[in-house]
Design a protein around this ligand. Structure first.
Ligand SMILES: Cc1ncc(COP(=O)(O)O)c(C=O)c1O
Length: 396
């Protein structure tokens, strides 16, 4: 049996999405910018896809949604675009983000630090979320941008987006949210949330890889990263990825349609798996269930090194993650666990399990059985960490 519990890394493409994309490879393969029929015959499908995206996130006609190649690009674009617009050619010099953002946000901010920009990396509490008071203390009249994720990729914890946007409005500061791990898991409504920018990526919600987007409220000016043929109204040059855009449109529409299923059924299966895990001695999960997206568990299994666990589960066809793909080869600890303040040995024992609407009960039962067995096996042979039971005294 093969069980895929790594849906925060990427997801299966919904077959209905693939079906809709198929004709755009060998039949309607024209460049949408061409003046002949091969170009123009792609237009209705592109228009439909853009409408699906606007409707799903509740963007309006004054707003802009620009298609990018991925959320890494969207995140880099906002942060560097705001730098050009408000810092290099303006009178601001400060950006606020959190210490648990995706590397595409953190690394872009680190790069801007080399250009003289001041960046505040807000700490997180023991659930891995920022405290609003810390944001209030950090924000000032030199702040150009606040970039805080909607949901964390490792813990699944939801951030107080509405409160953050209200504070940003009060100070006249632009607010960007990385919505990659939120779309398809919780309802994302950009008007209600009050964000100025929202990044997303199709492959996280059963769409294709290599296509993402950036929502821009009121079509706010943003210096482009990619200059060239003036595609996307001059905001992002590069021949349109027609199949990708068509796929992303359908995928986001489906994600919206299945949101109640996600809240009920995916949550039920996630809770079943989580309840079984925390019954095992010295297994802890980060964050309260109700504070998280419905599909994610970040567990710490005392005495079981994260990578060892992955290899063991992989032998039984179960795919999971230590929570950080970049850390996996170097046997580094989970950075979010570190930010939360977990002790070093616990930070090395992270196991992230992330479900999707394609996950079945049979798969969860199989995973529970094999994770239990793996924990027994690995604790028995563990030499790196001398495992001693602690009667469930949580150290997180
Ligand atoms: C929160 C978050 N932001 C951004 C990204 C990057 O997305 P992409 O793969 O589209 O570049 C990811 C991917 O893991 C993510 O989880």
């Amino acid at each position: 049996m093969r069980v895929y519990l790594d849906n925060n890394a990427t997801t299966i493409v919904d077959p209905s999405v693939k079906e809709l994309m198929d004709p755009f490879f060998c039949q309607m393969y024209g460049n949408p910018n061409s003046l002949h029929q091969f170009g123009s015959e792609t237009h209705p499908a592109l228009k439909m896809a853009m409408d699906q995206i606007y409707n799903s996130i509740n963007a309006n006609d004054k707003d802009d949604v620009v298609v990018t190649s991925c959320a890494t690009e969207s995140n880099n674009w906002v942060i560097k675009g705001v730098y050009f617009d408000k810092i290099k050619n303006g009178d601001k010099n400060h950006i606020i983000t959190s210490s648990v953002e995706h590397p595409s946000v953190i690394s872009a901010c680190k790069f801007l630090e080399t250009q003289g920009v001041k960046v505040t990396y807000l700490p997180v509490n023991d659930e891995g979320v920022i405290e609003i008071e810390d944001l209030k203390k950090a924000i000032n009249d030199k702040t150009a941008l606040v970039s805080i994720m909607w949901a964390n990729n490792e813990t699944g914890m939801l951030f107080p987006i509405k409160e953050i946007s209200e504070i940003c409005k009060e100070y006249g500061v632009l607010f960007h949210s990385d919505g990659v791990q939120a779309i398809g898991k919780v309802k994302v409504n950009v008007q209600d949330a009050g964000v100025d920018f929202l990044s997303f990526s199709a492959h996280k919600f059963h769409g294709p890889k290599g296509v993402g987007g950036l929502y821009i409220k009121n079509s706010e000016a943003l210096t482009p990263l990619l200059h060239g043929g003036e595609h996307m109204g001059g905001r992002r040059s590069g021949t349109l990825n027609v199949a990708g855009i068509v796929g992303m449109g359908k995928a986001i529409e489906m994600a919206d349609k299945y949101i109640d299923y996600e809240y009920k059924e995916v949550r039920r299966l996630r809770d079943k798996l989580e309840d079984a895990l925390v019954k095992i001695d010295d297994v802890f999960v980060v964050g309260k269930k109700e504070h998280r997206v419905p599909n994610t568990i970040l567990a710490s299994i005392k005495g079981v090194e994260g990578e060892g666990m992955l290899w063991d589960l992989n032998k039984y066809g179960i795919a999971a993650s230590t929570g950080s793909a970049c850390a996996s080869e170097a046997l580094e600890s989970n950075p979010v666990m570190e930010a939360i303040g977990a002790e070093a040995d616990l930070a090395h024992t992270a196991l992230r399990l992330s479900l999707s609407r394609f996950t079945t009960e049979k798969e969860i039962d199989y995973a529970i059985e094999h994770i239990k067995q793996a924990i027994k096996r690995l604790r028995a042979i563990s030499s790196t960490y001398a495992y001693a039971p602690t009667n469930h005294k949580s150290e997180l």
